[in-house]
Ligand binder design. Structure first.
Ligand code: BEZ
Ligand code: FE
Length: 295
């Protein structure tokens, strides 16, 4: 027998899990059922609205393929990805409260990470000759939270081009503006790429329709992505954002952290710090990434 009360229905669903042998799965599913039922009751959901939601989720799945992940985009634009990122980082920092400095803040991975970027040497240029964008030279260190350099730390870097387009968004295009490089014996890294610009998240799918109906813009401020990892340390997924860029205070995926905003210092054509002779203006960026030791 199921009670009439809506809460009774949620309880009845949860009670059917009495044979579930996975405690964490049971906890998560029970909470999900409780919140879903509370949501349905709070908004007094109609059958038409429920069917529209099912069609929306179906279309979201159908929009996914090898190069497109509409569900990540949905999670990102609803702020869920950043909520999970924040919890995850708080968890790893909590065990680490006595450290001299905090680890670099994490942010969303987004849908454009492509596993298996090529290994590149320090000082390399990630931008091929035909890539749109102004050159930028990125340098800095990877350290632990006591600011001890981490030699051999891995940086897995990716970005869109100078017009905000990712290789994955262009049918048939191979990896561009991606590479994995390792810090030197002093924990230092250096590489060339481009200065990123603001761009819209993909709007030609169901999430784009949702954003429009919510009265929201789809823009992200210019940024470059990286995963930074080193043995014995908590891996970090983050971005660097350019100071003064548009949309820093209204990122469509809520991913901006003040500590991740960097200066792109502009230079006239000429000899760059690594001796490269630039025929056009270029930028330099410095940033030190700090990783938490694993507890
Ligand atoms: C990105 O920065 O690549 C991105 C992140 C979240 C949603 C869409 C794009
Ligand atoms: Fe991005």
């Amino acid at each position: 027998m199921i009670e009439d009360k809506p809460t009774g229905l949620a309880d009845a669903v949860i009670a059917r899990m009495s044979d579930c042998t996975e405690p964490r799965f049971k906890e998560v599913m029970a909470s999900l059922v409780r919140h879903l039922h509370a949501f349905v009751n709070e908004v007094d959901l109609t059958p038409e609205e429920w069917m529209a939601a099912i069609e929306f989720l179906t279309a979201t799945g159908q929009a996914c393929n090898e190069r497109r992940q509409e569900f990540i985009l949905l999670s990102d634009t609803l702020g869920v990805s950043m909520a999970v990122v924040g919890l995850d980082q708080a968890r790893s920092v909590r065990a680490d409260a006595q450290i001299a400095r905090r680890a670099t803040e994490a942010t969303v991975q987004g849908p454009f990470y492509w596993e298996g970027a090529p290994d590149m040497p320090l000082g390399c240029d990630l931008s091929a000759a035909d890539v749109a964008g102004e050159p930028a030279y990125y340098t800095g260190e990877v350290t632990d939270t006591e600011e001890r350099p981490l030699a051999g730390a891995l940086l897995d870097i990716w970005s869109g081009d100078g017009e905000g387009v990712y290789d994955m968004q262009v049918a048939g295009k191979g990896m561009t503006l991606r590479g994995r490089l390792r810090t030197d014996a002093d924990g230092r890294y250096r590489f060339w790429s481009i200065r990123p610009t603001e761009y819209p998240v993909p709007t030609d799918g169901p999430v784009g329709v949702m954003l429009k109906r919510m009265g929201r813009h789809p823009m992200r401020p210019g940024h470059i992505h990286m995963k930074v990892s080193a043995e014995g340390h908590v891996p970090l997924t983050t971005h660097l954002f350019g100071r003064g860029g548009r949309y820093l205070d209204s990122d469509a995926v809520f991913g901006v952290r003040n500590s991740l905003i960097v200066d792109y210092e502009r230079h006239e054509p000429g000899l760059a710090p690594d001796g490269r002779d630039l025929k056009q203006p270029y930028y330099t960026v410095r940033y030190a990434f700090r990783l938490s030791p694993r507890s």
